[in-house]
Design a protein around this ligand. Structure first.
Ligand code: NAD
Length: 508
């Protein structure tokens, strides 16, 4: 929703040239506190003049930052890491106020982002070139890894800190200047991070925050200055980003949506499985791209599993993620009322298609927060695999059980889906787990681990419609994505090895 004019609340601005840059576009969007439903701020939505200004500043920032020595770049990264580590409780509260997730979960996403900052501090080792002496007589060949220039990062609402930090520290370490376009639903964390980079010693223009909507995104996709796009969000937009940015000659990594299945074999410990399914299904109110949304129960375990998950749901505490009503709850609200209604409509679809709604979160309210965007944890049994509630991403606290008769039937269901982000198998049979990791068509696999987000030195990314492009986020993929290589073939002029006149193709 775009507001017609600025209203009487704070306006979250851009960060350009190392300072907050109030918008003059006259366009804003509301930023809610999802726990109360109140509009607590507006966010600026850039117009073309602001987009151009942000990119021009980044171009200047790149010229300066890319010439910093490796040692100086490294000292900025270390300083940023120290500042982030010291002040992350403040950032976690900010995330909760705009996203709604509970504070400890916001802290968790910051820690996972910090992991990438820590990886990036070791960048000199990861962007070293290679040297081959005497490739031919008197000829040496070596490679250099250089930054791309100005790079664009476009992030989703669900991880306003972690997702930007999947890319930004690595891009900066490699000497690029970054323009970040955060989600307009929770835009303040990006500004907070911008201030921290400045305090850490990053020169002005090397990190820019461009607040906005499709206009700002399209400005980055089509700008001839922007060299690459790193996108995370829903699949239709990821596909659009991939196609548009590629058409404009850019390097692109575009991570999309998900529908993650947990395959439970009959030998698994069902109490541990139920704990894991509840954690991975309802954590962050299901608004995680690695959330488990379908449990494939290989019979005869489904009845027991439904009972155990239901018992656990009954004990979950749902409330204001800020913990203002006493102890921190287990689960907060959804991001907007529009999204809550969409989640609710998927439960309607499942019901109409013949599924059994075992625990129904529709119409759920929290006392004292009647206008908050809450949706209760929902458990659906007997989900038909033809239902749109099965095939599409719901992105809410809705866990569906599909009963299957064998490992093979479960595997076929996973492999026939359009997404391939994450999956998990629960079993004590090592042979079955090994077979699963070989046969499943998914990018990230958990073996008795329900949310298998790889650590920073491995890379994050799915298959199929969960990732467009061939570069995953962070790890070695990240350093490859944000650098380009030059190969130099060199010889010192020396009559003995020069070879005289020879019009043939160079040979060794
Ligand atoms: P979204 O696709 O609506 O928005 C993502 C970004 O794209 C935002 O910055 C938004 O402003 C921009 N955008 C939205 N519509 C656009 C349009 N028409 N043209 C150009 N830009 C547009 O996603 P979201 O709702 O913010 O985030 C949730 C989605 O992100 C879920 O589908 C989730 O699975 C996915 N996600 C995926 C991963 C992953 O690693 N694969 C991680 C986190 C989230």
């Amino acid at each position: 929703m775009v507001s017609e004019s600025l209203v009487d609340v704070a306006v979250v601005s851009h960060w350009i040239d190392g300072a907050e840059r109030p918008s003059t576009s006259g366009r804003t969007a509301p930023v809610y506190n999802p726990a109360t439903g109140a509009v607590q701020a507006e966010v600026a939505l850039a117009d073309q003049a602001e987009i151009d200004e942000a990119i021009a500043s980044a171009e200047r920032g790149f010229r300066e930052w890319s010439q910093y020595s490796i040692a100086k770049r490294q000292s900025v990264l270390f300083a940023f890491r120290e500042l982030l580590n010291a002040r992350k409780p403040e950032l976690a509260r900010l995330v909760t106020s705009e996203h709604g997730k509970v504070v400890s979960d916001a802290m968790g996403e910051i820690l996972r982002g910090q992991e990438v900052v820590e990886l990036a501090t070791g960048f000199p080792h990861l962007i070293k070139g290679a040297y081959s002496e005497n490739a031919s007589t008197g000829v040496d060949v070596y490679s250099l890894k250089q930054p791309l220039g100005v790079v664009g990062v476009i992030s989703p609402f669900n991880f306003p800190v972690m997702v930007p930090l999947w890319f930004v520290p690595i891009a900066l370490a490699a000497g690029n200047a970054v323009v970040l376009k955060p989600s307009e639903k929770d835009p303040s964390a990006a500004l907070w991070i911008a201030k921290l980079w400045k305090e850490a010693g990053l020169p002005d223009g090397a990190f820019t925050v461009l607040q906005g909507d499709k206009l700002a995104v399209d400005g980055l996709l089509t700008s001839p200055v922007v060299q690459s796009i790193s996108f995370v969000g829903s699949t239709p937009i990821a596909q659009y980003i991939y196609e548009t940015a590629s058409k404009h000659g850019k390097r692109v990594q575009a991570l999309g949506g998900a529908k993650n299945h947990m395959l439970v074999l009959p030998d698994a410990d069902l109490d541990l499985v139920a704990d894991s399914a509840v954690n991975a299904g309802y954590g962050a109110a299901g608004e995680r791209c690695m959330a488990i949304s379908v449990v494939l129960a290989v019979e005869p375990v489904a009845d027991d599993l439904v009972a155990k998950i239901s018992e656990r749901i009954a004990k979950l505490r749902i409330g204001n993620g800020a913990g203002t009503d006493g102890a921190e709850p287990d689960m907060g609200p959804l991001i907007t009322d529009v999204h809550r209604d969409k989640v609710s409509s998927y439960v309607d679809i499942a019901e109409a298609d013949g599924a059994k709604i075992v625990v129904d979160g529709r119409g759920f309210t929290v006392d004292g927060h009647e206008d908050g965007f809450f949706f209760g944890p929902t458990l659906i049994d007997g989900m038909p695999t033809t239902s749109r509630a099965y095939t599409e991403e719901i992105f809410g606290p809705v866990l569906s059980i599909v009963r299957v008769s064998s490992y093979e039937e479960g595997l076929d269901l996973i492999n026939s889906g359009e997404f391939g982000n994450g999956t998990a198998i629960f079993t004590n049979d090592g042979g079955a787990a090994r077979r699963f990791q070989n046969e499943v068509q998914v990018g990230m696999i958990g073996i008795n681990v329900p949310i298998p987000v790889p650590v920073a030195y491995h890379s994050f990314g799915g298959w199929k419609k969960s990732l467009f492009g061939d570069a995953k986020a962070y790890g070695v993929h990240g350093f490859d994505f944000f650098t380009r290589e030059k190969a130099v073939t060199s010889r010192w002029l020396d009559p003995a090895t020069h070879g005289g006149i020879n019009l043939g193709f160079p040979q060794n």
